[in-house]
Design a protein around this ligand. Structure first.
Ligand SMILES: *[C@@H]1O[C@H](CO)[C@@H](O)[C@H](O)[C@H]1NC(C)=O
Ligand SMILES: *[C@@H]1O[C@H](CO)[C@@H](O)[C@H](O)[C@H]1NC(C)=O
Ligand SMILES: *[C@@H]1O[C@H](CO)[C@@H](O)[C@H](O)[C@H]1NC(C)=O
Ligand SMILES: *[C@@H]1O[C@H](CO)[C@@H](O)[C@H](O)[C@H]1NC(C)=O
Ligand SMILES: *[C@@H]1O[C@H](CO)[C@@H](O)[C@H](O)[C@H]1NC(C)=O
Ligand SMILES: *[C@@H]1O[C@H](CO)[C@@H](O)[C@H](O)[C@H]1NC(C)=O
Length: 353
């Protein structure tokens, strides 16, 4: 249950009725604008119907009542959805998700042309949402929030649990063959694996030539895709959280688009990289308008507390006007009585990406 203090309701309504009506026409029956729909893309080894994910969605709905939530999946069958986090061609998966989203009439605007949404990505789901934004015609994201993602790839494949045959199958296939088409077509984490040349400090030619996903969506190849950069720059908020104690994502600073020298451990922050300085991906433009946020969260990989989720849902998601008209402080008056300091376990094994 949420409690609104009377003065805040009155001032909110006064504010809301003064808003331009182009984005969400206000009617007598809906005096508070409808929240943008929310896409949630889960991580490696998880499924779109997992309890932890659904609870996260319920929390988002509680903070911004009326939010339509779409749990991104590559298969309706949750066993296949989970295996699709290890095996598959990410290019194909993103194209399919793009098509599915366009079929969902709850997501499309009244003219049916455009999907304007917020997006929440957990671990590898974070870079996949970015791929979706860059490649999927008609999808417009206002706020993209990622937790423990691998925006700059991984330098090592994750260690698998003893009984995790899917994970072992995937990493076993990769062994020494990461850059073959066979692996790049099939093994998901291999498609955001990234290696540096020890002599030059630059990405290896193998990565640039063969990476099926990351080298492309990060615009690291010689020929840049301007559409990718423009779509990234069109975000209002791109919020990247890194878990301070993350030992699953190697290197964890990948979650901030930083580059790490694996020998010395030296970190080159995003703002010092060519990718940013030469604005290959629109991130500099986005930063200059105040839309780029690098944040930390205590804990290990994907050990999220409700508090941080509540803060994210209040600050970046919800009705369109919230971020446009500066009514955020009013919305923050919403008091939640049942936000337990619970820890949300989003993945069933800590080694997953
Ligand atoms: C669209 O939303 C309605 C109402 O929330 C729901 O009943 C329906 O299942 C949704 N459609 C899809 C495709 O999710
Ligand atoms: C750039 O990306 C857009 C969107 O995915 C795509 O339609 C276009 O073909 C790409 N351009 C090049 C040169 O690859
Ligand atoms: C992945 O799928 C895309 C689209 O179907 C295809 O063009 C590509 O050849 C596949 N494999 C790789 C390694 O890119
Ligand atoms: C690293 O770069 C050097 C200099 O360009 C080159 O000679 C070497 O073959 C590269 N090594 C790898 C593993 O790509
Ligand atoms: C890592 O740092 C060492 C020492 O500065 C340097 O020799 C090496 O080239 C660096 N490696 C990469 C991949 O940048
Ligand atoms: C990468 O591609 C270039 C151009 O096609 C080619 O000359 C080079 O040998 C390739 N290198 C690797 C390591 O695949």
């Amino acid at each position: 249950m949420r409690i609104l203090t009377l003065p805040s309701i009155l001032s909110y309504l006064a504010f809301a009725s003064a808003l331009p009506t182009s984005h969400a026409p206000l009617t007598a029956s809906s005096s508070v604008a409808k929240p943008l729909p929310l896409l949630i893309w889960h991580g490696l080894g998880d499924t779109y119907d997992a309890d932890g994910l659904r609870e996260t969605g319920q929390l988002a709905e509680k903070i911004n009542p009326g939010t339509y939530i779409s749990y991104v999946h590559v298969d309706e069958d949750s066993t296949k959805d989970r295996s699709g986090t290890f095996f598959g061609n990410i290019t194909t998966q993103i194209a399919q998700v793009c098509e599915d989203l366009h079929q969902d009439t709850n997501l499309t605007s009244s003219d049916g042309q455009e999907l304007r949404v917020d997006a929440l990505g957990f671990s590898q789901g974070g870079q996949f949402l970015r791929g979706l934004l860059e490649r999927c015609e008609g999808v417009k994201i206002r706020s993209l929030v990622t937790f423990g993602s691998q925006h700059n790839g991984i330098a090592q494949f994750p260690a698998c649990g003893t009984y995790d045959l899917l994970c072992k199958g995937a990493t076993g296939l990769i062994k020494g063959n990461a850059w073959t088409d066979y692996i790049q077509n099939r093994v998901v984490p291999a498609q955001y694996y990234r290696t540096l040349n020890e002599t030059t400090g630059m990405p290896t030619q193998d990565y640039l030539n063969h990476s099926n996903f990351l080298a492309d969506i990060n615009n690291e190849r010689r020929v840049k895709n301007q559409t990718y950069a423009d779509r990234m720059a069109s975000l209002e908020n791109f919020v990247m959280y890194v878990f301070e104690e993350d030992v699953t994502v190697i290197p964890k600073e990948s979650g901030w688009f930083a580059e790490v020298n694996s020998t010395t451990g030296e970190v080159t922050p995003l703002r010092e990289r060519s990718l940013y300085k030469e604005d290959w991906l629109g991130l500099k433009r986005l930063d200059e308008k105040g839309g780029l946020m690098l944040k930390t969260h205590p804990n290990g990989h994907m050990q999220l507390e409700d508090e941080v989720l509540v803060d994210v849902f209040k600050t970046y998601f919800g009705p369109e006007e919230k971020k446009r008209g500066g009514s955020m402080d009013l919305v923050k008056d919403v008091v939640l009585d049942a936000v337990a300091p619970a820890q949300r376990v989003l993945l069933d094994a800590k080694e997953y990406l």
